[in-house]
Design a protein around this ligand. Structure first.
Ligand code: HEC
Ligand code: HEC
Ligand code: HEC
Ligand code: HEC
Ligand code: HEC
Ligand code: HEC
Ligand code: HEC
Length: 387
């Protein structure tokens, strides 16, 4: 009797312990390493986790629910009238739909469900819809500055939807498993789509790290995880540049998700650095290309993105934080020995003059047929003296 009770107790507890030690695997990278559920990290990295979920990265893609879909669905503000198509946005029982009626050809109403949101909403959002097992980008996007529906950037003004191959996903989610290994289809395994840019997008799939630290709770040194502090400057830059070099990069090796932090980006993507400042800026900000042209970058041996940005925090608008970064290298008194037009003071907002907001030439949005195009403003990373 005692033995049976003990046996049941033993079995129950070993199952719980082994379940605890083995975190939930949610997908497998092409290198064979497993991704685990995003919230697993909270138990040992609570502070970083808490900050990270507030970032534009974490919120850059999500299930299209009431929390994440921005935009107006009220009658009167929910329509978009383009030259060749009329679009209407409706909310129905916690779901959201686009109704599209072409003005010529087949004029039947097409109803598309908003399934996935792309964009945290700082500037705007686009929406993806499952059609069979394929993902397509629907015609409307949401534009934050005017709080209105617009035709998606680079879409024609007749009824249109765009199959989403790797593009969009490779920079806006953590991992997707394409049904076609070369990733040139829009068919994905729906259960293996890790939305949001979570920890493992920048730190790689970390099942082994978690298992190790659960088994060795007293170990204080991180195991089975790459250290950014051991990376070269180029590796540190590449970890951000993989998504922050604009859209012109050409895939030359592997699947779009095969690059992981610590790898060398030039082996995976060609033309990802844009050294030509005359090339058009696009909203898919080429921060890497612009920064690498700046005098600050060229003349300092260590500057990378982390010099100014905290990777786990939402610092949008915290200009004092950024000023402090400028002043860590620049001395106001030194500046004032040469500056003539503008005498400097510590309290000035440095970026308002040296990293101004500039209108994107590529990303222009039209509210409707009649209106003028409205440019999207982006913060240039070409640090310099602007007139
Ligand atoms: C069971 C505890 C545990 C879990 C769960 C865990 N870690 Fe860790 N991790 C540690 C410990 C301990 C260290 C070493 C101390 C430190 O740097 O905080 C560490 C260090 C790290 C480092 C720093 C490496 C370095 O030195 O630069 C990174 C990055 C990291 N973890 C990422 C993650 C991510 C991402 C997750 C979730 C997928 C995760 N960890 C889940 C325990 C854990
Ligand atoms: C997987 C692609 C990806 C990687 C890797 C990545 N980013 Fe981003 N980043 C994005 C996307 C997409 C956005 C836009 C998010 C949004 O608002 O929807 C963004 C936004 C940002 C923003 C603006 C935040 C805000 O508040 O609007 C900063 C700053 C930034 N990234 C810095 C970095 C740095 C620094 C690194 C490297 C440590 C990095 N990113 C790595 C894709 C990436
Ligand atoms: C090469 C990486 C990359 C690809 C591919 C990409 N994006 Fe982005 N996207 C970004 C980055 C980086 C930002 C933030 C840009 C910035 O603020 O300068 C961004 C911003 C956005 C935003 C605005 C987010 C916000 O909240 O302000 C939307 C919407 C968006 N992208 C949609 C898309 C769609 C739809 C696709 C596919 C057609 C796509 N992106 C493809 C990297 C990418
Ligand atoms: C946008 C990319 C990005 C994302 C997303 C990200 N990290 Fe990091 N993480 C970095 C970079 C870059 C560093 C190195 C920072 C440095 O050198 O100052 C770092 C450093 C760390 C460290 C060690 C140094 C420290 O700050 O304690 C830990 C631990 C860590 N990250 C855990 C996490 C966890 C947990 C998450 C998710 C909640 C996460 N990271 C999400 C880019 C990222
Ligand atoms: C890692 C150090 C570092 C940081 C951080 C830094 N700079 Fe610089 N910056 C330099 C160096 C080095 C130069 C080259 C000229 C010199 O030696 O003063 C430079 C040059 C400049 C110039 C002259 C540009 C030109 O085209 O002649 C301006 C303006 C400037 N920085 C503004 C800023 C602002 C604003 C910030 C903060 C957003 C900043 N810097 C952050 C190192 C830095
Ligand atoms: C010299 C400091 C500095 C460096 C280095 C730097 N940034 Fe920034 N970045 C800023 C400032 C300042 C802002 C504006 C923040 C705000 O308005 O709240 C910004 C904004 C951004 C944004 C949002 C752009 C927008 O239009 O809203 C992205 C994305 C970004 N940085 C990515 C990067 C990446 C990637 C790197 C490395 C290639 C990088 N930054 C290097 C200072 C820097
Ligand atoms: C109102 C616009 C404005 C603001 C704000 C501003 N600057 Fe400047 N800055 C200028 C102009 C204009 C010049 C060109 C030199 C001159 O005035 O003759 C300049 C020059 C510089 C230079 C190059 C000096 C040299 O040796 O040639 C640096 C570095 C610099 N600024 C850094 C900063 C920093 C750091 C801040 C924030 C504390 C800042 N600036 C705030 C307008 C501004």
């Amino acid at each position: 009797m005692v033995l049976t009770v003990w046996g049941v107790w033993y079995l129950k507890n070993t199952i719980e312990i082994s379940e605890y030690l083995e975190p939930k695997v949610v997908a497998t990278h092409y290198n064979g390493e497993n991704y685990i559920a995003a919230d697993t990290c909270v138990e040992c990295h609570a502070d970083i986790f808490k900050n990270h979920i507030e970032t534009a990265h974490f919120n850059t893609s999500a299930i299209a629910d009431e929390v994440h879909v921005k935009g107006v669905f009220e009658e009167g503000s929910n329509e978009l009238n383009l030259k060749g198509v009329r679009l209407k946005m409706i909310a129905d029982n916690h779901n959201f739909y686009q109704l599209s009626k072409s003005k010529f050809g087949d004029t039947a109403v097409v109803k598309s469900k908003l399934d996935i949101v792309i964009g945290s909403g700082v500037k705007g959002q686009s929406y993806l819809s499952w059609e069979n097992n394929g993902l397509s980008q629907i015609q409307v996007s949401y534009f934050e500055p005017t709080n209105a529906w617009v035709n998606s950037p680079n879409f024609p003004d007749y009824a249109f939807s765009r199959p989403v191959d790797d593009n969009c996903l490779k920079c806006h989610i953590t991992f997707a498993e394409n049904k076609n290994e070369a990733a040139n289809s829009n068919a994905y395994n729906r259960n293996k789509l890790l939305l949001g840019i979570d920890c493992q997008r920048c730190h790689g799939p970390l099942e082994k790290h978690v298992v190790h630290h659960r088994e060795n709770p007293n170990e204080l040194k991180g195991a089975y995880v790459d250290r950014y502090s051991n990376f070269t400057r180029q590796q540190r830059l590449d970890a951000c540049a993989v998504c922050h070099s604009g859209l012109q990069a050409q895939q030359v090796k592997g699947n779009p998700f095969s690059f992981l932090a610590g790898d060398t980006l030039s082996e995976y993507s060609k033309n990802y650095q844009n050294y030509n400042r005359n090339l058009k800026l696009d909203v898919h900000g080429n921060q890497m290309g612009l920064l690498s042209e700046s005098e600050c970058f060229v003349n300092s041996s260590k500057m990378d993105c982390i010099t100014c940005h905290s990777p786990h925090e939402n610092e949008r608008g915290k200009h004092n934080n950024f000023n402090a970064k400028c002043l860590s290298c620049h001395d106001i008194e030194d500046i004032n020995t040469t500056a003539e037009i503008n005498k400097h003071a510590n309290s000035q907002n440095c970026i308002s003059c040296h990293m101004p907001l500039v209108p994107s030439e590529v990303m222009q949005l039209k509210l409707d047929d009649e209106s003028d195009a409205i440019p999207v403003y982006i913060r240039t990373h070409l640090i310099g003296i602007y007139k």
